[in-house]
Design a protein around this ligand. Structure first.
Ligand code: SF4
Ligand code: SF4
Length: 412
């Protein structure tokens, strides 16, 4: 049997079209070539050599795919769209190379010193308040809005820190820090540690971690993604019972580590990776003190579709008394962030985001916060809300649980 590098995952497609209404890019353009079914035909033609890898139409329609995998759960034939897309993008990049902007960005996230320096500068800019003041709907204003949205929401205030008093009886968990999460969302890491400890987990730090490689894999730079997987698999090997991730994109990549690297360490990393909401839900989680806010949950595609984690975030939010929680209508549909897609395909990204912002604007009751567990979604939705002039914040689920636990006096 020949190694088809993932294209075989597309074989079950019977062209029924059930996936079309679930595809945000098809809904945005109405073009069959921007639908899963249309793209599968293009990818099959690419694999068979019937279309060359530098065919402009092929590249246009595959580049415009978010990789959100919203087409997978609705497919009755079990098509592995994400795996097929990864194979196609790998082939396209090997033939055509990466566009300049993608090459630059992915190069930065390949080297720890480079992304740390760049994101530290972004964090410093955020502390000056300039991004929040200048957030808007133009290209620069939207980018600044994304940076502003990475900061803590005023609806939740600031946590004072402290450690949990619960005995660690549920096992040892290693915290995956990542790149953007560690630089711009460190408060979510702190909340992750505290809430897990309050539910009986021991949380340990692992040195020598790198960016997970999801940005590289989505863009088609498989060798770079595999190199980062190898480095992380070595760093985490034998350190804990679970590897906890609070970024859906990173979690999806790490759970797929064995497809990028055949080592036993990568297989162990894939097996041990859990989203933080999965671990918390497995523990109950302990109820906290009331947080009387209305929130809307929006599911990150790479949690709901790629990892199949649908109920655990709602279980986490249900542990917070007086929190009014609703799933946002269309919460299973992508927000248009999708790694570096929002930078490379800004028009499609904004077209997809517009529907999400309308759903939030029209939600009844209107939420004080949109809650979602992925940095790209938090920044994209937060920027979209700012651009629309809607006074609604964004937060990670564990940030609200952390506030409920602090109010309950769980932390020393
Ligand atoms: S991907 Fe699945 S749902 Fe979409 S056309 Fe093919 S078989 Fe039908
Ligand atoms: S991954 Fe998302 S954008 Fe791409 S075809 Fe599937 S549903 Fe559409």
């Amino acid at each position: 049997m020949t190694d088809r590098a993932g294209f075989e995952a597309l074989d079950p497609c019977v062209h029924c079209g059930f996936c079309l209404p679930a595809c945000p890019t098809y809904l945005a353009t109405g073009d069959e070539s921007d639908s899963p079914r249309g793209r599968i035909l293009l990818m099959r033609a690419l694999e068979r050599g019937e279309l060359p890898a530098d065919d402009p139409a092929l590249r246009e329609h595959l580049d415009a795919c978010l990789g959100c995998r919203g087409c997978e759960p609705v497919c009755p034939a079990g098509v592995g769209y994400g795996r097929g897309l990864a194979a196609a993008r790998d082939l396209l990049v090997r033939t055509n190379g990466l566009p300049g902007a993608a090459r630059f960005l992915l190069g930065v996230f390949r080297r720890r010193a480079a992304w740390r320096g760049g994101l530290a500068a972004a964090r410093w800019l955020r502390t000056l308040g300039i991004p929040r003041a200048l957030a808007g709907s133009g290209t620069v204003g939207f980018g600044l809005g994304m940076l502003a949205a990475s900061g803590a929401s005023s609806a939740l205030g600031t946590r004072t820190g402290g450690r949990s008093k619960a005995p660690p009886a549920r096992g040892r968990v290693a915290l995956f820090r990542g790149c953007v999460m560690d630089a711009l969302f460190r408060r979510v890491h702190d909340a992750t540690r505290r809430t897990l400890e309050a539910n009986g987990y021991e949380v340990v730090e692992v040195p020598g971690q790198h960016c997970c490689g999801a940005l590289h894999e989505h863009a088609g730079d498989r060798p770079a993604a595999a190199e980062l997987v190898r480095a992380n698999a070595a760093a985490f090997h034998g350190r804990a019972d679970f590897v906890v991730v609070n970024s859906a994109g990173c979690g999806a990549l790490l759970k797929d580590a064995h497809h990028l690297d055949g080592s036993p360490e990568a297989a162990a990393l894939a097996r041990q990776t859990r989203d933080v909401t999965e671990l918390l839900a497995a523990a109950g989680p302990r109820p906290g003190a009331p947080v009387p806010l209305n929130v809307a949950y929006d599911a990150p595609c790479h949690l709901e579709h790629a990892q199949g984690v649908r109920d655990a975030p709602m279980a986490v939010l249900a542990a917070i008394p007086k929190l009014g929680v609703r799933r946002l209508p269309g919460s299973d549909r992508c927000c248009g962030s999708a790694g570096i897609f929002s930078l490379l395909q800004p028009d499609m990204s904004r077209a997809v985001l517009d529907g999400k912002i309308v759903a939030i604007r029209d939600a009844d009751p209107r939420p004080a916060l949109v809650v979602t567990g992925n940095p790209g979604c938090l920044m994209q939705i937060g920027a979209g809300l700012a651009a629309a002039g809607l006074p609604i914040g964004v937060a990670h689920p564990v940030e609200i649980l952390d506030l409920a636990y602090e109010r309950a006096g769980f932390y020393a």
